[in-house]
Design a binder for this molecule. Sequence first.
Ligand code: ARG
Length: 478
Amino acid sequence: MLRDRFSAPLDQAAAALSSSVVEDRALLGVDLWESIVHARMLGATGIIPKASAGRIVAGLRAIAREAAAGRFLLDPLHEDVHLNVEAELTRRIGPDGERLHTARSRNDQVATDLALALRESLLGLEGASARVSSSLLGVARSPQGRTVVDGWTHTQPAQRLYWAQILGTHALRFVRDAERFRRIRERIDASPLGSGAIAGTSLPVDRRATARALGFARATASSLDAVSDRDSGTDALYACSVTLLHASSLAEEFVLGSLPGVDRVRLSDRFVTTSSLMPHKRNPDLAELVRAESGPAIGRLVSHLAVLKGLPVGYQRDLQLGKPIVFEGVVRTRLALEVLAGMAAEASYRTPPVSDASTGSVELADALVRAGVPFRTAHRRVGLWLSKREKTTSRAAPIRDSEMQAEFPELPRAFRFPGADEEPERRTSSGGSSWRSVATLLDEVDRRRRQSESATSREVARLQRLRRGAGIPERLFA
Ligand code: ARG
């Protein structure tokens, strides 16, 4: 296709380098949708005869049905998805097929397809992030959430917390991720279609109509920008890296938590593997793999930026290299989130034996502050006392109030050194570890999660309506 003016076919290696049919499979559904909308507009404006437009739309729908059944494969001979669809259309309906590409370039076409495809992917990521949140909330609100474990700083016992605060905190991060994906999606609101190769067209296209039919709020303001703007791809890859960072943190909770000796998490059998050599092993491979995904995610963000740097405005072929990076990014992120949602819901969260009974030391120092001692003095005195005590007693041994009172005579008689499980309730500041604060946290996460989920499903329904109107099978977008 398109080589009549040349005296030789494209060199073989060059053709392989040029082809994007592998990654373009991800664009097949949106390419057909966008082409149907374009053809209808060409007919409605009289740019092509209405009857031709009708035959084109029927032909594209037939290809869409074949594609949904997995029977339409992209031929590398035709370079990309756009030329494949056009060639197949012309093969099916004859000369009318040659009218489809009127007032359109593959440059505005690929930009439009990318916007449509990314919008779908972001919806999927919003839903998947919200599902991780929802799994975590479910456990946080179960009786397991009321159990107490060490909160860690420097991966050392710091202050004791309800499991619900740890899980609710991870849930809060994933809600923010869902909100971030949504903001990026909502910014994809302008249709590039009708921008042509770089400068628009002399034919009387109706860009507002195609924009509306594809679910955009408006048409883009500059044809030159429309064909070269890949910001939403970069935004999506950034959001994926942040989400996978959060995923890696939760995964680490599972890896460390299931380490014998730490024993605060037990992963369900559905999310562990064994060794091919050591029969006793129960390995958290899936948590490790989720943890690892954040590495390549950061790499993809940097790769995408590197592909784009230094390009003049307007379509440059370099842009093609950005596509698989974005597609892979959204697919891997989605997969990691789906795994985490199941892993988090099915794990059990335990209270291991207390390894350090002195984590209530801050409450002791605070009691001294209430008795008038400057905090720095209190910190020093408590630290010295605990270090002296460690020489003769195990850190795990509960602290007796009598030994404490002997050391700190200024303490009010009513003050008790908090037992390991009493600690969280002592800290009553808002956002802190008391159950009251944790319940507020869980309510906030739940409210935002529900908001996010309903925004996502409203948009999914809106897009499904539009596609039904275009006669495109939903299976192509599943
Ligand atoms: N296949 C190209 C891409 O994925 C779109 C078409 C590029 N336009 C061109 N004139 N070669 O970006």
